[in-house]
Design a protein around this ligand. Structure first.
Ligand code: MRU
Length: 330
């Protein structure tokens, strides 16, 4: 995996050779972004099983360790659950056969993720107004998935369809996913990109140049409330106020139908140091109180559509998301 804590100044690849290294990479955000975390977790389970002398005895510990890394992105738990189900179905088979099947499944999870992102792009591209700017927040790109991206997948697909668009990327304090990752990723693809600080979004949404907002998601409740990177809610409210459609692009695996609404989504609180310093340089007085929720929840009334690999859900979200999820089960 590419070390996302070092981009854009260094491009370093990290190889994890046991499940504890995968768990640590997720926790420290070497790998981040909901779908990428799901793929990494599935691969972590497969490596754990492969390396264990007694995988049946170790299986629960491997899964529980990976599940304890980050709380908000439901794709993490989805990836582990998929591997758990396969493991259960393999009971009684020779160990070597079980290990091989787990590795094949993890590779499949990765390959499917790329195909899913392409489908999200195909469904989302027609929603992007030609000749306008797309605003995005955080990084929901190739880096945050197994490739192509969700929100950035929609942007890539719109560009591939010949639309003349450019992108405004919120820098996304405190971890700077927009500045460090989205800007880097889009520039690699030569998609015209302008970096703005988070507090500039309202100014540009009011200006008339933004045609739509597209963001990713970490967990979507059954009623269409969306947890995504902190600051997304402010962007959604400002978009609505200014009549700019706010779209969420995410795979069905980001949907959590067990939660009736977004108030039930666990929000990760990260370290104070992420807020009080930038790249190790203090930007606040020592000892100041700090809050650092990594995500916020955007109520469904601000969401114009949720773009999935099975199509676009609009209000009423509960009904329409369940219908898309049913297609995924077939
Ligand atoms: O804390 P992060 O960087 O893992 O948060 C990522 C986001 O909030 C993304 O927008 C979300 O996971 C969608 S990624 C396709």
């Amino acid at each position: 995996m590419i070390d996302q804590t070092l981009l854009p100044t260094q491009t370093v690849f990290v190889t994890c050779t046991d499940y504890l290294e995968v768990a640590s990479a997720i926790k420290t955000m070497i790998i981040r972004g909901a779908p990428a975390i799901g793929v990494a977790a599935a691969m972590g389970v497969a490596i754990g099983v492969q390396k264990s002398a007694d995988p049946d005895a170790d299986f629960a510990t491997i899964c529980d360790t990976l599940a304890a890394t980050r709380p908000t992105a439901v794709n993490l738990f989805w990836g582990i659950e998929r591997m758990r189900r396969l493991w259960a179905s393999l009971a009684g088979k020779p160990v070597a056969e079980k290990q091989a099947a787990m590795i094949a499944e993890a590779v499949l999870v990765k390959d499917e993720d790329v195909a899913i992102c392409k489908e999200i792009g195909r469904h989302g591209a027609p929603l992007v107004p030609d000749g306008k700017t797309v605003l995005t927040h955080c990084n929901a790109g190739a880096l945050a998935t197994a490739g192509y991206g969700t929100a950035l997948g929609v942007i890539r697909a719109a560009v591939e369809a010949g639309k003349k668009i450019d992108v405004f990327a919120d820098e996304t304090r405190p971890f700077l996913q927009g500045a460090r990752l989205t800007a880097w990723e889009l520039m690699q693809d030569k998609i015209p990109t302008t970096l703005i600080t988070d507090n500039m979004a309202g100014h540009f949404l009011k200006s008339g140049r933004i045609g739509c907002v597209v963001v990713g998601a970490d967990r979507i409740a059954a009623n269409g409330d969306v947890a995504n990177k902190i600051g997304t809610y402010s962007v959604a409210v400002l978009a609505k106020e200014n009549g700019v459609p706010f779209y969420v692009a995410a795979p069905i695996s980001t949907l959590d139908l067990t939660l009736t609404d977004g108030s039930l989504i666990p929000i990760e609180e990260r370290s104070a140091a992420e807020v009080t310093s930038v790249f190790g340089v203090p930007v606040a007085p020592e000892g100041v109180g700090v809050c650092n929720p990594a995500f916020d929840v955007t109520p469904n009334r601000y969401v114009a559509g949720i773009i999935t690999e099975y199509g676009v859900a609009t209000a009423p979200f509960e009904e329409n998301l369940r219908a898309l999820a049913a297609k995924a089960k077939k």
